[in-house]
Design a protein around this ligand. Structure first.
Ligand code: NAG
Length: 178
């Protein structure tokens, strides 16, 4: 099946809420299909590519397992971004970068860690905590926007929080016991 055929079928099934299990889609493909329908209109291809980064993700058998792997990926990503921001604070005196590196990303990482422990037992709480991580990324972004000399690539970097939050939220929402 070509990627465009795959996307077309996925879009159609998701748009009409038809059972995606009929075609044997992998769970992460269903999550990415749903992502394309939410108002932010995330790129399905980008979503699939990001998730395929972890070879265990395409093998996930339940949404609990998948959600945990996605939150782990988000955690790894924001830990990397925080490390980068911390290095920046050594050469850049910006207060906003300091706030992002020290306060906001510490909270984001704490949130992902808590969410990870709650996915299986309390998916609703895990989803709320993932949304909270998003709030902290907005706080970081707002601080950077107020500072006139914030480099543009920093905004792209912190938008990954939003990207992974949206995917994690969608995946957790598909856990049946909510
Ligand atoms: C974060 O995720 C994005 C999108 O998948 C990727 O391009 C970027 O390299 C990641 N950064 C880190 C530090 O993992």
């Amino acid at each position: 099946m070509s990627p465009s055929t795959f996307l077309l079928i996925l879009f159609t099934l998701c748009s009409f809420n038809l059972p995606t299990s009929a075609i044997n889609f992998k769970l992460y493909q269903i999550v990415c299909g749903k992502i394309s329908l939410i108002p932010v209109h995330m790129d399905v291809t980008k979503c699939l590519k990001a998730l395929e980064d972890n070879p265990r993700i395409p093998l996930a058998k339940t949404y609990v397992e998948l959600s945990e792997l996605i939150v782990e990926l988000a955690l790894k990503n924001s830990t990397g971004v925080q490390g980068y921001l911390k290095i920046l604070t050594k050469t850049n005196p910006s207060r906003a970068i300091k706030q992002c590196a020290i306060e906001d990303y510490t909270k984001i990482i704490q949130d992902y860690n808590s969410a990870l422990t709650l996915v299986a037992s309390s998916p609703q709480r895990a989803a709320n905590i993932v949304a909270d991580a998003q709030v902290h990324s907005f706080l970081c972004k707002t601080a950077l926007l107020k500072e006139p000399k914030s480099p543009a690539y920093l905004f792209r970097l912190i938008d990954y929080v939003l990207f992974y939050c949206n995917i994690a939220y969608e995946s957790i929402s598909l856990i049946r016991v909510m």
